[in-house]
Ligand binder design. Sequence first.
Ligand code: PMV
Length: 311
Amino acid sequence: VGERFVSAPGKAILHGEHAVVHGKVALAVSLNLRTYLRLQGTASGQICIHLPNIDTFRAWDVAALQPLVSDRKGGTSLVERLRAFAGVAEGSTDSGNMAVLAFLYLYLSGFAGEELTLINKWAFQGEKIIHGNPSGVDNAVATWGGILRYHAGKITPLSRVPLLRILLTNTKVPRSTKLLVSGVKDKINKFPSIMVPVLESVDAVSRTCELTLREMATAGASAQQYDTLEELMDINQHHLSVMGVGHPALDTLCRLTLAHGLHSKLTGAGGGGCGITLLRPGNTTHPHHTPVLHTSSVRSAGISEHTSLSL
Ligand code: PMV
C-alpha cells in the first residue's frame, strides 16, 4: 500500500434533529468543511491511518485487517469487526466515522471504485456503535453530500433549492449525542401526550421549510419567504429547548444574533455543539469586527456559503 487519501463532508441539520430519530422528516446539508484521512503502508507490514482534523493516528498490522475481507458485504459479524476501527472516530464528527469506513471499503476493494450504498451502510453501523440509536441522517448526508430530505430511512436529494447562506457557530461546549438522544427518548416516554405533538410539530416545520425552499427556487426568493424561514428557525429552536437539548450558550447565540436581526437555532444533537444562523442576501460578515474563524463556500447545492464564528 502506498499513500492514499479519503475525505468526507461535515453536515448541518436545517430542521428535524432528534425528531428524525422518531420517524419524522429532517432536512440536512453537507458543508465543505471536510474530514481528511491519510492511509500509508509501511515497510514493516503495518497500515497507518491519520485523521489530521481530529488529531488521530492509528496503526495496525495488515494481517489484522484480513478478517474484514471475508465479510465485505456487511452484517452483524461485520459490526463486531468494525468496533475496533470505529473507535478511531469516537468523539469526533460523523464525517470522521465516514472517512474511516470509506477508507476500509476502498482498501478492501483494492481501490477499484466506490460503492456509496455500501459505504453508507457501514457508516450507519459505525454510528450505531458510537451513538447507540442513530436515525441515519448523518451518515447519509456525509455519504451523498448535497442537501437532502431524510424520512424513516428514505433519502431524497433536493436538487431544486435556492442558494442560502448560513453562519455556523461553534459554542465549543462538548456534549454527547448518545446521552442527548436517550434523554429525548426518556422525555417522550414520560410525557407522551406532551412530547408526541412536539415531534409532530417539528415534522411540520421540516415539511414547511422544504415547501418554502422549493417555492423560492421556482419563483425566486422574496423577503416574505425569508421571514418564513426565520420564523421556522425560531419555532424549531423552541421545540428543541422543550425536548431538553438546549444550552445557555445556544440561548446566547440566539440572543446575540437576534440583536442584529438574525435568527438562529441549534444544529445536530444540541446541548452545546453548533448553531446555525440564517443570513439574508444583503447580510455581510465583518471579519475584522467579529471573531470569524473560517469562511468558504459549500461544495453542493443548497447553502452557498457558511461562516464559522467562535463565541
Ligand atoms: O450529534 P450530531 O451533530 O451528529 O447530530 C445528531 C442528530 C440527531 O438527530 C440528534 C441524532 C440522529 O441520529 O439523527
